[in-house]
Design a protein around this ligand. Sequence first.
Ligand SMILES: [Cu+2]
Length: 338
Amino acid sequence: MHRREFLKFSGAGMATTVLGGVGLIGWQPRAHAVTVNKTFYINQGVATMIDGTDVFFKGFSSSPGVVNVPGELITTDTGKALQEGDTVNMTIHNTLSTTHNFTIDGVVNKSIPARQSLSFSFVVNKWGSYLYYDSRNAPYNRLVGLHGGMAVMPKGSSNQLYPGSLTFVQQYCWIFSEIDPVWHDAVRQGRTPSTAYVPRYFTLNGLGGRPPGAPGAHDPNIDAITDPRSALHGHIGTRTLVRMFNVGMADQSVHAHGNHMEWLTLNGQIRPDVWKKDCLYLDGKMGRIDSIYPFEVPPDSWPLAKTSTYPMHLHTEMSQTAAGGYYMFGAMTDIYFE
Ligand SMILES: [Cu+2]
């Protein structure tokens, strides 16, 4: 997965903020476990938002010279999803003057002191969709960008999320987040935010949308609607698993148009029934959902539509804006029936 440029920042001595690789996930069922090597740099930088506001971020980044928000998906060395039993050898270089940690709930929690490096290993024992994040100074370190995703397939599975699940043929990762620039600035100054939470930007895999005609519209490097890591592409029958995460504070309702989604899991637990739903309720504060977008012929279309484009958006109105007024610059993407 190539890293994509987010929003260039200018500011002496700080790194450029870029997107980490998340999105369409490849995988290859294996009879054996593998060991994966991953290196992150905890960096910080400033990105310029659509309205010209400079916002401070920290990120688990893939090289010293960039800030990745979100961090790259943790994958095998060939970029594939992990499988149960795999071992991750992690090295983290904390370039900052503050202590941070690397946490995957139920899997690993390691503290990396200021300006130090730490190597450690962990085993992924159970299929699922995981967030890695910095749980220190909660929720602020997570909110300012120290988060990313990890996909774990069950052992030997070619098409199921867990033994017996409905099947799929491709998978994506959607990480939703929110940005309150005042809170980010407090973290930059080493203070605990003391103001009410007022998110001003809403992102999917680090990007907001750009409506047709707006600067940057259709540019996959800056437009969440066309970013190939986020936009779903398929033909009729390309059943697509979407692993959704909500790093932000607000509960969200994820609405995909065209098809209902098959709702498999909520917050890491298999749901007792698979509901086919237009809107999925994604809890704030690290809510997780796995669901399948089936790429069926939309049942209400006439004539029956086999090729078309439909939106996916969140149902809180503010989440569809940026900077309190730019409509359609928020957390959304498109679904392409090709
Ligand atoms: Cu809707």
